[in-house]
Design a protein around this ligand. Structure first.
Ligand code: NDP
Length: 310
């Protein structure tokens, strides 16, 4: 005689237990956190670019735009530690002030003396500076800086980050042209410490004529930034020669007067959106381990700036 077949009817209780088990396997309401800390920060568009990448790559991550008063920065960093932030960007005015609250600095952040990206490694917060590396990624799409003669306008945070990375990348000569002489000299000294042998510092008075030997020309000042979109770099426009690579750090608007003038004179150009996107690419890689798609990030930013024009 065949053995009796055993079967069991699933009760409503069984079903709900099974459902609950499946839910605990698949649902996760805890997102990994990243942010930008600054003041003022409301008009900083980085969130749009970074979250576009998170969505595109299916990452359950968030990027928050957080206004932090300079007097509260230490508490804010302690809070980010306590809440397990994977990292955060620092923008004006926290790039230098954040350093004492971190556990260590990467080499370029140490040389630059400023941090724009903090990364949690284990329980430690490490300060990085990705601005200059982001710029270099853009530059390398047109020219390798090794052995090149560079003229750079400006000696603030962006110029320091770019100058140090150019020095580390083997640029042969950098001429720093800055309105404030003291700041220009400080940057020249920083570049010397980064290993650059040939660095010259020029106090910017009147219209500057770019030497014919310059191969890369960089605006690292804030001239041309929204809303001062018609502001013009005081240079002799006729000294922009075909064959020069002209780069601007201004991300908004990307097509600055300098970029347009340089294009008209046959120069190859790089806009500030490239730097912004590429420093974001490096930050996302450091935080998440994923290589994000720069095209998705750039498209998200362009959409923001287009809607601002309307
Ligand atoms: P800082 O305030 O540190 O430095 C500003 C620089 O611009 C200084 O060298 C200053 O000269 C110079 N400058 C400003 N106005 C004038 C003027 N009218 N004439 C001559 N020189 C002038 O700013 P940051 O270096 O942090 O930022 C500079 C720009 O870079 C900003 O517009 C920012 O948006 C952009 N940036 C872009 C990034 C990107 O990803 N695309 C990343 C980081 C910054 P002086 O020393 O004489 O005052």
């Amino acid at each position: 005689m065949p053995a009796p077949v055993e079967f069991r009817v699933e009760t409503r209780h069984d079903l709900s237990q099974r459902g609950a088990a499946a839910m605990t396997r698949t649902l996760n309401f805890k997102q990994e956190l990243t942010a930008v800390l600054g003041k003022p920060v409301a008009e900083n568009p980085t969130q749009v670019m970074v979250e576009a990448a998170y969505r595109h790559h299916g990452l359950q991550w968030r990027y928050l735009t957080i206004e932090v008063d300079p007097l509260q920065l230490e508490d804010a960093v302690r809070g980010a530690r306590a809440m397990g932030f994977a990292g955060f960007n620092c923008t004006i005015p926290h790039k230098v002030a954040v350093v004492p609250y971190l556990d260590d600095l990467a080499e370029s952040a140490r040389l630059i003396g400023a941090v724009n990206c903090v990364v949690r490694r284990g329980g430690r917060l490490i300060g990085e500076n990705t601005d200059g590396r982001g710029f270099l990624t853009s530059l390398r799409s047109l020219v390798d800086p090794r052995g090149r003669h560079v003229v750079m306008f400006g000696a603030g945070g962006a110029a320091r980050a770019i100058g140090v990375e150019l020095a580390l990348a083997g640029a042969a000569r950098i001429v720093v042209v800055n309105r404030g002489e003291e700041r220009g000299r400080e940057l020249a000294a920083v570049l010397g410490r980064a290993g650059l042998k040939d660095v010259q510092c020029i106090a910017w008075q009147g219209r500057y004529s770019i030497p014919r030997t310059a191969e890369v020309v960089i605006n690292a000042t804030s001239i041309g930034l929204f809303p001062d979109v018609d502001a013009e770099l005081p240079i002799e426009l006729d000294s922009l020669l075909p064959g020069m690579v002209v780069a601007d750090v201004i991300p908004n608007p990307p097509r600055t007067r300098l970029i347009r003038s340089a294009e008209q004179r046959g120069c190859r150009v790089i806009d500030g959106l490239g730097m912004l996107v590429n420093q974001g690419v490096i930050g996302i890689k450091l935080w998440t381990g994923t290589d994000p798609d720069p095209a998705v990030m750039r498209a998200a930013l362009e959409e923001v700036f287009r809607s601002q024009e309307r």
